[in-house]
Design a protein around this ligand. Structure first.
Ligand code: GAP
Length: 454
């Protein structure tokens, strides 16, 4: 049955994702991506980069550092604001996110926006007991800093404190002027980047959905607020198109949700989240936030540097406004895997198949000699295809099992070199999704594949 357990089990056993630090008993909530998983990640990043940066005339790319001057976090509002309310059960010593305690019991309540004392009152009034021991005796709430803290250099004191970035966005804002100057881009234009972010999440979980180390793909799009184009709607449409048309995610499985006024983050004038129907329930996948000019203004006053943009036609200096589409790579991977995972009843049992979009399948083609005698001829085909495609060669086990193996990792095309191939110069080409088989001339194989992989 398709559920979170069967999906995770499949992904782990097929070698997409392993438990992090497994031989030492693991490190909670850390995941290592195996050969298939790292290939899938790489391809999704490539698709994002091509769509939002390389093939979009409005945008350029950036790769900023993870460690930044602590002033960045002070002025962005993260130091002091980027924390979760923690509460301990005095009886069993379990620790919880206090707002989550409320929301788990009363999903209609937005406790994220309540003050700490309001949360404490709500918990006591509504008798929200400890989920572990059933007690109703909590400590007062403490704010728990979500940024990972470390020291740079040999000194281990306050002066050497640095933080691992909790979002890639700030690296973009502090480089706005560098990028604008060096590229001579005129607004509207965007700067995008892909990179690791770190948050010491109190309640990580749901496999790779919420982790402490993750990768973000973020675009900060700068524009003049007087511009008549509705850039917020524009980027919402772009994200929608990318999800449905580029990644093939069914529109029935994701939804747009506008944040209410109370829910908006401190920097945001409006936010629309794309939520996906994960197998554990609906969850945020991709946020599109209208950040106004909050960040550039904050860094301008914090750094004392001029971060305004000089409009060459009006000679007017403005602090551009920003639209930010931001997505976590691993969440997108989880959505793609959820979407692709199928259990199908076939003649001789159940076949598990990953119907991954062809452009992101770890392998596009598998070459399978029917028997050992055909190894040499099949290897020649494999080596030829390897020049232009991602190909795997598999000669072990019976052909039925080998097809199933390729179905399980999402390989769209299997090519079998068999007894007749030497005489008719044809191979059997099998389609992953329909399981249809066709004889194709080896001399026409590349043309056939090219069309099939589009
Ligand atoms: N720069 C804006 C920003 O970081 P966010 O809503 O906190 O906004 C953006 O994060 C996206 O990053 C989310 O929509 C989600 O896809 C991903 N994300 C955030 N926290 C995550 C976590 N702990 N694990 C995995 N992905 C996460």
């Amino acid at each position: 049955m398709k559920n979170m357990e069967s999906l995770i089990n499949h992904i782990k056993t097929q070698g997409f994702i392993f438990q992090g630090s497994e031989i030492y008993g693991g490190l909670a909530n850390s995941w290592d991506y195996g050969p298939l998983g790292s290939e899938l990640k790489q391809k999704v990043k490539e698709l994002w980069w091509n769509y939002f940066i390389r093939h979009n005339h409005l945008n350029v790319g950036l790769d900023s550092s993870i460690l930044m001057n602590t002033q960045v976090w002070k002025n962005s509002g993260h130091l002091g604001n980027f924390s979760d309310p923690l509460i301990d059960c005095k009886k069993c010593k379990s620790r919880f996110r206090a707002d989550k305690l409320i929301e788990d019991k009363f999903p209609e309540v937005n406790a994220g926006k309540m003050s700490n004392s309001d949360i404490e009152d709500y918990i006591n009034k509504n008798k929200i007991v400890c989920p572990k021991c059933g007690g109703l005796d909590y400590t007062t709430i403490r704010n728990f800093e979500l940024m990972f803290k470390t020291n740079q250099g040999v000194l281990q004191d306050e002066s050497s404190v640095v933080y691992l970035r909790p979002e890639t966005a700030q690296g973009i804002f502090i480089n706005f002027k560098n990028v604008q100057r060096s590229t001579r881009k005129k607004i509207p234009f965007g700067i995008g980047q892909i990179g690791k972010s770190f948050r010491n999440e109190i309640t990580p979980g749901n496999f790779i959905f919420r982790t402490r180390e993750f990768e973000q793909m973020e675009l900060e799009f700068f524009f003049d607020p007087k511009d008549k184009t509705n850039w917020f709607e524009y980027w919402i449409k772009e994200v929608d198109f990318f999800l449905s048309e580029v990644l093939g995610i069914s529109k029935n499985n994701y939804f747009k949700r506008e944040h209410s006024k109370e829910e908006l983050a401190h920097y945001s004038a409006a936010t629309t989240d794309f939520e996906y129907n994960f197998l554990f329930g609906r969850g945020e996948l991709w946020g599109v936030a209208h950040r106004g000019n909050f960040d550039l203004t904050a860094h301008q006053s914090g750094s004392g540097q001029d971060l305004t943009y000089l409009d060459p036609t009006t000679n007017e200096k403005i602090v551009p406004h920003v639209i930010e589409p931001s997505v976590g790579l691993e969440r997108l991977i989880l959505a793609i895997l959820t979407e692709s995972y199928c259990e199908e009843e076939v003649e001789n049992g159940t076949r598990v198949v990953l119907k991954l979009p062809k452009k992101i399948a770890p392998y596009q083609i598998a070459v399978l000699p029917l028997q050992k005698q055909q190894n040499q001829a099949a290897t020649e085909i494999y080596n030829d295809l390897l020049k232009n495609y991602d190909v795997i060669y598999d000669e072990t086990g019976n052909i039925g099992k080998r097809y199933r193996r390729q179905d399980a990792i999402g390989t769209p095309i299997c090519i079998t070199y068999d007894f007749d191939s030497e005489n008719d110069k044809c191979v059997t080409v099998r389609n992953r999704d329909t399981m249809e088989q066709k004889r194709v001339l080896i001399s026409e194989l590349e043309d056939f594949i090219k069309k099939d992989l589009i």
